[in-house]
Write a protein that binds this ligand. Structure first.
Ligand SMILES: [Zn+2]
Length: 120
């Protein structure tokens, strides 16, 4: 199989899509660097996952990096959902009440312009 040509920006100036993953060559750390966080989060395609796993089996550095990503993800997931401060909550409730009041007034105004008897 011939090697892929070097990637160049396409004519419309956009970056070319990443080269397709080939499974018949060894991946370097650079090759898998953009896949590590996705691997830790379980968001890779089967082919990408296999490629990363193959690289990880022989690369301690990337393995440590994946472990670090997993640790950060676990930490983020263990955090409680954010709660608004009492001041923000009060402000949000006031805004909501005002909005509801405005809608009610608007609805009442529409009711007054509506014909009292149904149209024939
Ligand atoms: Zn590596």
């Amino acid at each position: 199989m011939s090697p892929l040509p070097p990637t160049e920006p396409s004519r419309d100036g956009k970056c070319p899509p990443p080269a397709p993953v080939q499974d018949d060559r060894a991946f370097t750390c650079e090759d898998v660097a953009h896949l590590l966080s996705g691997h830790a989060a379980g968001e890779l395609t089967d082919l990408e996952r296999v490629s990363v796993k193959r690289h990880l089996s022989s690369c301690r550095r990337c393995e440590r990096e994946i472990a670090e990503y997993r640790r950060v993800l676990a930490l983020a997931r263990s955090l409680p959902p954010p709660t608004p401060s009492p001041a923000l909550e009060a402000r949000l409730r006031r805004s909501l009440a005002d909005a509801v009041q405005g809608l009610t007034a608007e609805s009442n105004a529409l009711d007054e312009t509506r014909p009292q008897r149904p149209l024939p």
